[in-house]
Design a binder for this molecule. Structure first.
Ligand SMILES: Cc1cc2nc3c(=O)[nH]c(=O)nc-3n(C[C@H](O)[C@H](O)[C@H](O)COP(=O)(O)OP(=O)(O)OC[C@H]3O[C@@H](n4cnc5c(N)ncnc54)[C@H](O)[C@@H]3O)c2cc1C
Length: 434
């Protein structure tokens, strides 16, 4: 599809709109693209001025479908981002890394790869793309309040260019990411007690990327601590993102500052240490906490939560951007049904909630089983009868779970291992309930 420019960047906020989209990250920008294509009046309110930094650089194959539908895939492919065709799991010992090719089937844009992206540039491109489709995008527009009447949002309060505006709106799509604007305001947020993690990361140059054929893969280096791992993501030919993820309690227990914590863990996987021998850090250290969480409800009268504003699961499988853009599609589709008078709002928004929950809960189940016994996961990857299902999950094709039996099989095996006295794999079991 070739995008058709419809309106230039809007400068003054209107007084009224049909859909106010809060946040212009991947979820907000993609919602805007779908609404623009459906001819539904909306505005995007983004507090930052893009480009702005963001964590989350590795995409999954399922994103190709959405990018193709909104006419963005060609631009993305032409932008020169590193191509991603798989993942390498490096065990704690650093020995015998396990590489798996995870390639899309060329259905979308003929591409059998996805991408690793510098998020500042990628998010900017996507938001610009929404504008070329006709979305009025307001940057530097901070949403800091909502007014409700009889439980329904009537307007949002926006700080823009030094003024406070009241924007009346029929619907609100909250795409404010881990800021969780509405979820926090309406007390919907529930902290996840299983995954209370903490990430510290930086950019490096000169990192060894291992054998040529897997140099463009994401590498996950495991650490000898519960739920501890390090990502290695190529950002361009020279730059590599290296991020340490551990339990927050692990960070607090050691009483180290972020620098010491980062250095300590980078030295704990022998293969990773080797890769960093000739490398130089070229950025400040950044950290991310505040994950994971879910929301009691994903919709309410007149509003829907999308992307990280709706749910955040551990990023081990690079699911975030994919969830953001799929939820954007599903939300925009349901809004279109309501606007067209085809479905009552409660029914349409309920359908959105069901669709979104089905996908993220499958991701979540997958992550839990994975952390429960990592060795079993790599063993299953080698089994031809389960490999395809695992690859389907790793690609992010999680919204239609029909035929996905592998997680149940993994759970059965785990229960058997747990209940078999002296089983050799018991040592690797974590305390996660499955
Ligand atoms: C440590 C870590 C590693 C990750 N790794 C990956 C990965 O490898 N791959 C992957 O796909 N995902 C990864 N993720 C997840 C990924 O970063 C997110 O899922 C993704 O950015 C979600 O997109 P979004 O549009 O929902 O939110 P965001 O990208 O966060 O966008 C939200 C936008 O809303 C704006 N905003 C916030 N509040 C307001 C307000 N009040 N008014 C106006 N605007 C507002 C913000 O400025 C921001 O631009 C990772 C996350 C973490 C924490």
């Amino acid at each position: 599809m070739t995008p058709t420019p419809v309106t230039p960047t809007a400068r003054r906020l209107p007084e009224e709109t049909t859909v106010a989209i809060l946040g212009g990250g991947p979820a907000g920008a993609t919602t805007a693209c779908y609404l623009a294509m459906a001819g539904i009046d909306h505005v995007v309110l983004e507090r930052a001025h893009f480009p702005r930094h963001h964590v989350g650089e590795s995409l999954v194959g399922a994103t190709n479908r959405i990018f193709d539908e909104i006419g963005f895939l060609e631009k993305l492919d032409a932008a020169g981002f590193p191509r991603k065709q798989g993942a390498v799991w490096v065990p704690k010992s650093g020995k015998n890394p396990h590489a798996i090719r995870v390639v899309p089937d060329k259905t979308f844009g003929g591409l059998d790869y996805t991408f690793h992206v510098d998020r500042a540039r990628f998010d900017h491109m996507l938001l610009d793309h929404a504008e070329t489709l006709g979305s009025p995008v307001y940057q530097g527009a901070l949403v800091n309040g909502v007014e409700t009447r009889d439980g329904r949002i009537e307007s949002v309060q926006v700080q823009h260019e030094g003024e406070t505006h009241t924007l009346r709106t029929r619907f609100v799509v909250d795409a404010t990411g881990r800021n969780t604007f509405l979820g926090s305001r309406f007390r919907l947020l529930q902290k996840d007690t299983l995954f209370d993690q903490y990430a510290v990361y930086a950019y490096w140059k000169g990192v060894g990327r291992g054998p040529e054929e897997t140099a463009g893969y994401i590498h996950i280096h495991f650490l000898p601590s519960e739920r501890g791992w390090v990502w290695q993501i190529p950002i361009d030919d020279e730059t590599t993102s290296i991020g340490v993820v551990t339990e927050k309690a692990d960070f607090q227990r050691n009483g180290q500052d972020s620098e010491a914590h980062y250095a300590h863990h980078l030295a704990r996987n022998p293969e990773l240490s080797r890769r960093l021998e000739q490398a130089t850090r070229v950025s400040n250290l950044r950290s991310e906490g505040n994950y994971s969480y879910s929301m009691r409800e994903l919709v309410g009268p007149g509003y829907l939560l999308v992307g990280d504003a709706a749910r955040f699961v551990d990023p081990i499988f690079s699911s975030g951007v994919s969830v953001a853009i799929y939820s954007a599609k599903f939300a925009a589709e349901q809004i279109a049904h309501v606007v067209a008078g085809e479905r009552p709002e409660a029914e349409a928004f309920g359908a959105y909630e069901t669709q979104m929950r089905a996908g993220v809960e499958l991701w979540y189940d997958f992550i839990k089983v994975y952390y429960k016994l990592q060795n079993l996961f790599t063993y299953y990857l080698r089994k031809p009868e389960y490999r395809d299902q695992l690859v389907q999950l790793l690609q992010g094709n999680v919204y239609d779970a029909r035929g996905i039996t592998v997680l149940e099989r993994l759970r059965e095996d785990i229960r058997r291992i747990e209940s078999t006295p002296g089983h050799v794999l018991q040592e690797g079991l974590s305390d996660i309930p499955i």
